[in-house]
Design a protein around this ligand. Structure first.
Ligand SMILES: [Zn+2]
Ligand SMILES: [Zn+2]
Length: 306
């Protein structure tokens, strides 16, 4: 059975990139669209993993082939850096407990572990939530089941670092598209051979099975996503205008938006710069890990605030 283990919908909220955060969502996917695309692309199971909410996933939870998941933003008290943890197959009651504890990994991680919640360190070699150090990774290690070794929106070199970590620490290898648009859904996925149901699939993951397969990200996939975003943004605004044709503010919004259209040439440049920075962080994390492999992965304490 195949599962794209990391997908977003509009329930992920507004984007965190200022000033776009004022007007643009993290994703324009609906849960139904994610489900349809994933199935059409050969996924046997469908997971919805929005940022810090399961509201979208719950809309499909009555289907036997849907896994309620979440991408939890986990905090290290007193520090800016956060970890993105994928959790799969959780209940609403468990989510409420996760939400209460997620600002402090010292509270969160033992809870996830004791509840037996399948937990993945997502895109470990990306600096989108700040720069994780070997000490941060070591603090999470005893409590997690897996590394996301192919993230369909990250560079192959970043995914190689995650693969090396999963192999060195004997954690399950997970793959997911991290799709915020429809483009990548079902192109990056985790396989559990022989599983015939959601429960068997999850048992397979816990047993350490789950080869990770499919596409990695690049500057071009990111630029393509940005253009898709812009298209969905204009589509949503046009919809509002059709619903309220006499509201001058809707007209003004569309006019300003159209005036900004030439700026759409910027995504490619933005994506290039973003990935140059990402590749640089990946290299420095690798150097740190290689410089002191034993001590960095053996540590059990939580890193001190910087
Ligand atoms: Zn993430
Ligand atoms: Zn994500």
């Amino acid at each position: 059975m195949k599962l794209d283990a990391h997908v977003h919908t509009h329930y992920s909220g507004m984007t965190t990139i200022w000033p776009l955060s004022l007007i643009m969502r993290e994703s324009y996917n609906t849960p139904e669209r994610v489900y349809r695309l994933a199935k059409a692309r050969g996924m046997d199971l469908v997971a919805i993993t929005d940022h810090d909410t399961i509201t979208g996933a719950l809309t499909l939870a009555d289907r036997p082939d849907v896994i309620v998941g979440c991408e939890v933003t986990a905090g290290f008290p007193g520090q800016v850096v956060k970890a993105h943890l994928g959790v799969l197959d959780i209940t609403a009651a468990q989510f409420a407990q996760i939400e209460r504890r997620r600002h402090d990994v010292a509270q969160l991680m033992p809870y996830l572990y004791e509840e037996g919640i399948f937990t993945i360190i997502n895109h470990v070699a990306s600096q989108v939530n700040g720069r994780l150090t070997p000490d941060h990774i070591a603090a999470l290690l005893p409590w997690v089941d897996a590394f996301e070794v192919i993230n369909g929106s990250r560079l192959p070199s970043q995914n190689r670092t995650a693969t090396a970590l999963s192999e060195a620490t004997d954690k399950t290898a997970i793959a997911g598209s991290d799709s915020h648009t429809g483009r990548g859904i079902g192109h990056t996925y985790t396989v559990v051979d022989g599983a015939t149901s959601r429960a068997e699939f999850m048992r397979g993951l816990r047993a350490g099975r789950g080869p990770a397969e499919g596409s990695h990200g690049s500057e071009f996939t990111m630029a393509s996503d940005m253009l898709r975003f812009a298209a969905r943004f204009y589509e949503e605004r046009a919809d509002h205008l059709v619903q309220h044709p006499l509201d001058w503010r809707r007209h003004a919004f569309i006019l300003c938006g159209l005036g900004a259209l030439p700026l759409l040439t910027l995504p490619l440049v933005g994506a290039m710069v973003h990935f140059i920075e990402e590749a640089r962080f990946n290299r420095s994390l690798l150097f740190d890990l290689v410089a002191r492999p034993a001590s960095s992965l053996r540590a059990r304490r939580l890193p001190e605030a910087a």
